[in-house]
Structures are given as structure tokens and as C-alpha cells.
Design a protein around this ligand. Structure first.
Ligand SMILES: Nc1nc2c(c(=O)[nH]1)N[C@H]1C(S)=C(S)[C@@H](COP(=O)(O)O)O[C@H]1N2
Ligand SMILES: [Mo]
Length: 384
């Protein structure tokens, strides 16, 4: 038997696996990660229960756009990361240097790269599963995704700092320049470096398109990543049956109870319909990567707060009839509670609200994460 020689970097002879390609794909990847970080921080902030500086209520579509960008940049990063890993893979097989000082540096560098690769894969995988609404884990998605973002970005900064001279040289030279190539990487294949870069860019764009399909209502039925049922063209994230509210939401004695400093008013759905009705077109923008605008009709939340004599500038806690699970309770910061477009929606697109969209009444406010647009409202409590 002949021993198979262990692979070395020069086992991989394709000249596509070069610093020229790695630096370019890496730069795009860096841009995607930066965009995902910024928009992720925005989304995280928008979901904080208490905000030192209130999240703005305008433009109404602001959160929708940043959330879309977040999902788009994460999705684009998937093919970019795959190509990047393929390109740099031979470096993994490099022999460690002999001198202790250089060995130490190599260990540090490799260590930071392992952390970076692991965190990046974890971020993209949990992101995709979140978009697919498949929570195949026990940990809190939001907290884990948020914490790992700092690990990934930290490792990325170390990586960029270490590689800066190579990145600079590679980006300054022509793609086909062979200066910074690995020794032995000379096999010209069917695909040129430019071709690979074009293909990679197309794959990233294609991935964004696939993810965007989930946000277009007319395409909902064929969308791969947003397998949600719909009514009135808007996806339903949790049905009334799943939330266990079918009985309480359809009960004849349903009341929406509004309280402020010992004052308490109970509104039936007919009472709510008797108040001045307003219509606003506002999106539901879910962190799971879809968003759809609807035309919502109902009384202003502010009118209900006026009815119990609550001053403007008060935070308001809105609670669902739902007894268990997430998104049951939300606190509206004062600027959201006082905004004229914040409604207790009773109707959607000219029809009475369906049970799954939050009948008898649901919260809809501008520029707000979907998870905070509480359905099947039971109580509204003015906090201060
Ligand atoms: N009571 C309650 N309200 C809720 C939810 C929920 O599970 N329970 N889901 C939230 C989430 S995550 C989203 S994205 C929106 C979706 O609203 P829709 O189902 O009407 O499209 O409702 C929000 N309101
Ligand atoms: Mo959501």
C-alpha cells in the first residue's frame, strides 16, 4: 500500500484561489457584515423596552427598510462567504512556522479566523432559520444573534487589521496579477478570476432576490423562505388558534379595558367602532424578513388615552388577550402612543379585521417592529 501524501497548499493549483479574489470577495463580505451590523443594531434598539432616545415614528416605513436591508445583506453574505472559504481553504493546510515568535503570531491569527468563521456561519445560519421561522433551538434567537454579532465583528476587525497589507496590495493590483499568489497556483481553468467574481456577485444578487420574494404579497405563494398563511394579503405570524385566544377574542362580553391612575374605561368593539375612525397605510415589518403594508382603520390610541384623561407624554402598556408566548405585551414609548397614526385597528383593507390578524382590535403604529404590533388587545394601561 502506498501512503496518500497529506494535502498541502500546493495540492490546490487553481489560480482562482488567490489573494486577488479573496480580497475582493472579502471586501463585499465586509460591506454586507457592516450593513447587517448597523441595521441589526437599529432593530435591536427599536425592540428595547426603554429607550434613552426614543426610536422615531417617522418615516413610517423606516424600520421596514432597515429590516429588509438587514435580511438582504445577510442573505447576500451566504454565497460570498462560501466562495471566500473555498478560495482561502488551502491556507488552512499551511505548515506552522518554526520560530516561536512567528508560531505565536500564526496561532493568534488562526485563532481569530476560526472565531470569525464560526461566528459568521452561526449568524448566517440562525438568520436563515429565523427567516424560515424554524426555531430548532432552545436559546433566545435575538439575544444570541445580538451577542454573536459583536464576536463576529470583533474577529473581523482583527482579521482585517492583520491582513491589511495583503488586502491593500491585492486590491491595488489587477485581478489577474500574480504577485501575491500562492506558489504553485497556476492552473488556468475554464473560469477566469473575473468570471468567478461575476458569478459570485450574481449568486449574491440572486440570493437577495429569493429573500425579497417573501416580502412581495403577490408572490407569497411561491416564496421559499416565507411559508406563512395569509389573509387579506398579509402573512399571519401566529394564528388565533395557536395563541389560544379564539374563545376570548370572539366572546360577546369582550372589552378593551383602558386604565390611567385609578380611572378605568371598558370598550366593547361597538364602542370602539363608535369613536372617530381613522385610516392609515402602515406596514407590518417582521424581523423574520417579510413586510407588507396594509390600510388599517380604527380609533386613534390617543383618543382612548384622552378618554381616561391621560396626559400626552405617557408611556403605554398594551397587553393581549393571549395568556402565553411572545409578543403578548408591549410598551409603547410616549412618542408612539401620541402619534396620530397609532391606531387600535378594527379593520384592514376595508374589511373587518380577521380573527388571525387580531380581531377584535390590534395595535398598529408607524415605524415599529412587527413583533410589537400586538394582536387581540385586552388591556391598555397608561404608565406615567
Ligand atoms: N398577541 C400577539 N400579537 C402579535 C403576535 C403574537 O404572537 N401575539 N405576533 C407579532 C408578530 S411577530 C408579528 S410580525 C405581527 C404579525 O401580524 P399579522 O399576523 O397580523 O401579520 O403580529 C405581532 N403581534
Ligand atoms: Mo414578527
Amino acid at each position: 500500500m502506498r501512503a496518500v501524501p497529506a494535502p498541502t497548499p500546493s495540492t490546490f493549483t487553481s489560480r482562482l484561489r488567490s489573494a486577488a479574489v479573496a480580497a475582493r470577495v472579502g471586501a463585499w463580505l465586509g460591506l454586507c457584515f457592516a450593513a447587517a451590523l448597523v441595521t441589526g443594531l437599529i432593530s435591536h434598539y427599536a425592540q428595547q423596552p426603554s429607550q434613552p432616545v426614543p426610536f422615531p415614528t417617522s418615516p413610517a416605513w423606516g424600520y421596514r427598510v432597515t429590516q429588509w436591508l438587514h435580511v438582504a445583506s445577510g442573505t447576500a453574505a451566504i454565497p460570498l462567504l462560501l466562495v471566500k472559504l473555498w478560495v482561502v481553504f488551502p491556507k488552512l493546510l499551511e505548515r506552522p512556522p518554526r520560530s516561536i515568535r512567528r508560531l505565536l503570531l500564526t496561532v493568534l491569527e488562526r485563532g481569530s479566523i476560526s472565531v470569525l468563521v464560526a461566528a459568521a456561519i452561526m449568524q448566517l445560519a440562525t438568520g436563515v432559520l429565523n427567516v424560515a421561522q424554524w426555531y430548532a433551538w432552545d436559546f433566545s434567537f435575538r439575544r444570541t444573534h445580538y451577542a454573536l454579532a459583536f464576536v463576529a465583528i470583533g474577529a473581523l476587525m482583527v482579521h482585517i487589521a492583520v491582513k491589511l497589507p495583503i488586502i491593500r496590495a491585492a486590491l491595488a493590483a489587477d485581478v489577474d496579477a500574480t504577485g501575491p499568489d500562492r506558489p504553485g497556483a497556476d492552473r488556468a481553468g475554464a473560469v477566469t478570476r473575473r468570471g468567478l467574481l461575476r458569478l459570485t456577485g450574481a449568486a449574491a444578487g440572486g440570493a437577495v432576490l429569493v429573500s425579497a420574494v417573501g416580502t412581495v404579497p403577490a408572490l407569497g405563494r411561491i416564496s421559499v423562505l416565507a411559508p406563512r398563511s395569509r389573509s387579506a394579503g398579509i402573512p399571519i405570524n401566529r394564528t388565533a388558534a395557536a395563541a389560544g385566544v379564539t374563545a376570548s377574542a370572539t366572546a360577546g362580553d369582550y372589552r378593551c379595558v383602558v386604565t390611567y391612575a385609578g380611572r378605568r374605561l371598558a370598550f366593547s368593539r361597538d364602542d370602539l367602532l363608535g369613536l372617530p375612525q381613522h385610516t392609515h397605510t402602515l406596514p407590518i415589518a417582521c424581523v423574520e424578513g417579510w413586510s407588507v403594508a396594509g390600510s388599517w382603520t380604527g380609533p386613534r390610541l390617543r383618543d382612548l388615552l384622552d378618554a381616561v384623561g391621560a396626559p400626552s407624554g405617557s408611556d403605554v402598556r398594551v397587553a393581549s388577550l393571549q395568556q402565553h408566548g411572545g409578543s403578548r405585551i408591549t410598551v409603547l414609548p410616549a412618542n408612539f402612543a401620541d402619534d396620530d397614526r397609532t391606531l387600535l385597528a378594527l379593520g384592514l383593507d376595508g374589511e373587518p379585521l380577521s380573527l388571525d390578524h387580531g380581531y377584535p382590535a390590534r395595535l398598529i403604529a408607524p415605524d415599529r417592529p412587527g413583533a410589537l404590533q400586538t394582536k387581540w388587545i385586552g388591556t391598555i394601561e397608561v404608565l406615567r
